[in-house]
Design a protein around this ligand. Structure first.
Ligand code: RB5
Length: 146
């Protein structure tokens, strides 16, 4: 399992905690920053993780900002990204089962550490249900025609 992770300053602390948690599970992680709590711009990190997930060999990405909103909007501008803002185990499971999300977005200021661990575990242990593929194909068509 290879995971790309990135955040702005609002998600930095939770990113570091998720990294420690995933490393304890022997997940191969690449951190695209940020590397401190100093103020940065979330689009830069949504872009880096989005490009990595769509152009390199990652199983999925994790992105964080204060709410997860700005960084998920940013990552979703990249062709092929399906970034899902998830906030509990149910949305984490459905993001995989229905949307085949390739990135999950979390809010560093809105999600507790324990909830984040459960979200990441649930997403990794869920499986896409192919009956939803035709909707994903429609999303791809939107990208092609926009
Ligand atoms: C930064 O203060 C904050 O706006 C950002 O982390 C995020 O919440 C934006 O959506």
């Amino acid at each position: 399992m290879k995971v790309a992770i990135g955040s702005d300053h609002g998600g930095y602390e939770l990113k570091e905690q998720i990294k420690t948690y995933l490393k304890s599970k022997n997940v191969d992680l690449v951190d695209f920053g940020t590397n401190s709590g100093a103020s940065v711009d979330y689009p830069d990190f949504g872009k880096k993780v989005g490009l990595a997930v769509t152009h390199e060999n990652y199983d999925f990405g994790i992105i964080l900002c204060g709410t997860g909103i700005g960084i998920s909007i940013s990552a979703n501008k990249i062709k092929g990204v399906r970034a899902a803002l998830v906030y509990n185990e149910e949305t984490a499971r459905l993001a995989k089962e229905h949307n085949n999300a390739n990135i999950i977005a979390l809010g560093g200021r809105t999600t507790t550490v324990n909830e984040a661990y459960k979200i990441v575990d649930t997403f990794m242990n869920s499986t896409f249900e192919p009956r939803h593929q035709k909707r994903l194909d429609k999303i791809s068509k939107i990208e092609e025609n926009a």
